[in-house]
Design a protein around this ligand. Structure first.
Ligand SMILES: NC(=O)c1ccc[n+]([C@@H]2O[C@H](COP(=O)([O-])OP(=O)(O)OC[C@H]3O[C@@H](n4cnc5c(N)ncnc54)[C@H](O)[C@@H]3O)[C@@H](O)[C@H]2O)c1
Length: 248
């Protein structure tokens, strides 16, 4: 499952799951684009990829802004002339409110980063993969998108939307040798999980039959499989990484 010479964009790769995925793909041979709203961490992580003797590009960008996405893709094509892998990972948790009290502008922001961000990056990258006649996309969903989590409505709705987007793209891109899948983790040990209240964290862990949080590397391993040549007949699917929580 060697990825030597492949060019992979990972959004939100400045830390957490995005970084674990970028590091794993780099370790397995890929050159990396760290597309991240936090410019300093993007640069730092690109430096870490170069230390692994891979090529790296850091781009400070906001996935929810079309101009930023277009500019990022332009920079990638100018440096690498191809895009083999896109991982739409960037995301924000948003505050906890019941729907009855959810502030409209924060609803819009959470949906924009997760769902519109994945849409915009796909819109910009898929024509390039179609022209190449190959490509792999992995979108970051969540068990929240399948089961819902109280007080996290825009997050859960955005993640459910990402599953629908993935299934649609699996069909739209099937004839072009471009496979589009998503992964659906339960609670994983990152800053996002650390931002939660102790009560929310305990509740989410209690729902996981394995009785523990997942580790970022366990998500990266599944993403690595989905972007490899081994996953050649897999598209439009949602892979659960939930310690047994998800049942469908
Ligand atoms: N941690 C979990 O338990 C968990 C579970 C399921 C799904 N997820 C999903 O995994 C993804 C990564 O989560 P994480 O836990 O690593 O979170 P994190 O907060 O540790 O990292 C998120 C990264 O995305 C970046 N980012 C945020 N908004 C951005 C934007 N508009 N444009 C570009 N970059 C942006 C941040 O700067 C940060 O580097 C998210 O989509 C999240 O919803 C996380």
């Amino acid at each position: 499952m060697d990825l030597s010479g492949r060019v992979a964009i990972v959004t939100g790769a400045g830390k957490g799951l995005g970084w674990a995925i970028a590091e794993r793909l780099g370790r397995d041979g890929a050159n990396l684009v760290i597309a991240e709203i936090d410019g300093a961490s993007a640069q730092e992580k690109a430096g870490a990829i170069r230390q692994m003797k891979r090529e790296a590009l850091s781009v400070q960008m906001d996935v929810s802004k079309w101009a930023d996405v277009e500019n990022m893709v332009r920079q990638v094509m100018s440096k690498f002339q191809r895009i083999d892998i896109l991982v739409n990972n960037a995301g924000i948790l948003g505050p906890y409110f019941p729907v009855m009290e959810y502030p409209e502008e924060i609803w819009d922001q959470v949906i924009a980063v997760h769902l519109k961000g994945a849409f915009l990056c796909c819109k910009a990258v898929l024509p390039i993969m179609k022209a190449q006649g190959s490509g792999k996309v992995v979108n970051m969903a969540s068990v929240a998108g399948k089961e819902g989590n109280a007080n996290m409505a825009p997050y859960a709705a955005a993640k459910a939307g990402i599953i629908g987007l993935t299934k649609t793209l699996g069909k739209e891109m099937a004839a072009y040798n471009v496979q589009v899948n998503c992964v659906s983790p339960a609670l994983i040990e990152t800053d996002m999980a650390r931002e939660m209240t102790p009560e929310q964290r305990a509740l989410l862990i209690s729902k996981i039959p394995m009785g523990r949080l997942g580790q970022p590397e366990e998500v990266a391993a599944v993403v690595k499989f989905l972007v490899s040549d081994e996953a050649s007949f897999v598209t439009g699917q949602c892979y659960d990484i939930s310690g047994g929580r998800s049942v469908y």
